[in-house]
Design a protein around this ligand. Structure first.
Ligand SMILES: *Cc1c(COP(=O)(O)O)cnc(C)c1O
Length: 371
């Protein structure tokens, strides 16, 4: 009735479908949360480091507003990333940083180039900020269609932002350095989302975070959600070029990083051995999962540099084929949650996060589930 007061583009917008909350699922499946193996959102199954938990327990100033500049955390990050503190800004998750960049940069109708399949927040935040979404689909092997992006930039005079996710969610592929350099030569702001780069560094794929000091049109985003088991506390960060920072600081909600999040994140960075050990375990688990899933007749796992494995499920029509959607539901009945996709580039696919060895012990027996 009063919808006339709502922005027309918001009325027209599709809503983002986040994963079903843990508590809701627990009730629906009639299983206690600890009886659910949650492999659908790439969270870190090991949770926060003991040092982060101790910092939370010892927190004294939860009644005081947090530091708007998250100074202690940015100091710790400057040290951790070897990037000058002036380039760093923290967000309530990398998600907030995505939104902040678009809020500063986009005028209504400005173009945002995305390379789908990729992270759902790019089209979402583009729509919220009245941007024009320009998809340049990835190739069959999930590599970025560099020529396609170049063409999109030259044919859309209002293209301003390019999102690149590396390792890419949901397949785990990384962008080649030569491709990244070529795309950085374009007259757009490149937002490189490295939410999963910690799992790629193990195999020699470095973070480009400190490239922001050399490239005026590069933003690099990272997060504590996947690496440090802090998804529930919402804390991420980015490195940004100097010209962009004053405007980000200006529009940012002053208290976006809450006291608990900053305490836990700083303490997590003081526990690097613990973080590295867990990354090592998750990468080993990922490799074991790829090997075991590859033995299942109807699954084709893709190589991954991240903490998850994307699997193509042979279509129901084929011999040995089956429905990925039904597979997801069958696993759910066993208390195992995975992410299901069925959209261009991701037809009949499931994505399984690396869990603890106990959680994924049953991966090889997926074949029997639901049969
Ligand atoms: C999970 C994820 C994020 C969001 O991280 P938060 O810090 O929890 O907001 C960003 N980018 C990608 C690609 C992700 O998968």
């Amino acid at each position: 009735m009063q919808t006339k007061f709502v922005r027309k583009d918001i009325v027209a917008m599709e809503s983002y479908t986040p994963i079903v909350p843990f508590a809701v699922l627990s009730r629906r499946l009639g299983r206690r949360p600890d009886e659910i193996v949650k492999l659908d959102a790439n969270e870190n199954p090991y949770g926060p480091s003991p040092k982060a938990l101790a910092a939370l327990q010892g927190g004294e100033f939860f009644h005081i507003y947090p530091d708007p500049e998250a100074t202690q955390l940015r100091e710790a990050l400057a040290d951790y990333t070897k990037t000058p503190i002036e380039h760093l800004l923290c967000g309530a998750g990398a998600d907030e940083a995505i939104d902040l960049v678009l809020r500063v940069v986009l005028e209504p109708g400005d173009g945002v180039i995305d390379c789908p399949p990729s992270f759902g927040m790019y089209p979402f935040s583009t729509a919220v900020n009245s941007g024009h979404y320009i998809p340049v689909p990835r190739r069959a092997d999930f590599s970025v269609d560099v020529e396609g992006v170049e063409t999109a930039v030259s044919t859309h005079p209002h293209a301003k932002v390019l999102f690149l996710c590396s390792p890419n969610n949901p397949d785990g592929s990384v962008i080649a350095e030569a491709d990244l350099r070529r795309l950085l030569a374009l007259p757009v702001l490149v937002v490189l989302d490295e939410a999963y780069v910690d799992f790629a560094e193990v195999s020699g794929v470095p973070s480009r975070l400190n490239w922001v000091t050399e490239h005026e049109n590069l933003v690099v985003l990272r997060t504590f959600s996947k690496l440090a088991g802090l998804a529930g506390l919402r804390v991420g960060y980015g490195a940004f070029p100097q010209w962009l920072l004053p405007h980000l600081w200006k529009i940012k909600q002053p208290y976006n990083i809450n006291v608990a999040a900053e305490l836990a994140a700083v303490a997590a960075l003081e526990d690097k051995e613990w973080l590295h050990e867990k990354v090592g375990l998750l990468v080993a688990e990922r490799e074991r999962m790829i090997a075991e899933l590859g033995n299942i007749s109807y699954l084709q796992p893709y190589p991954s540099h991240s903490n998850f494995v994307l699997c193509r499920v042979a279509n129901e029509g084929l011999p040995n084929g089956r429905s990925a959607h039904q597979l997801k539901l069958d696993l759910e009945q066993e208390g195992i949650l995975v992410r299901y996709f069925n959209k261009p580039g991701l037809n009949n696919c499931i994505r399984i996060s690396a869990g603890t060895p106990e959680q994924t012990r049953g991966v090889g027996s997926i074949e029997e589930i639901g049969d």
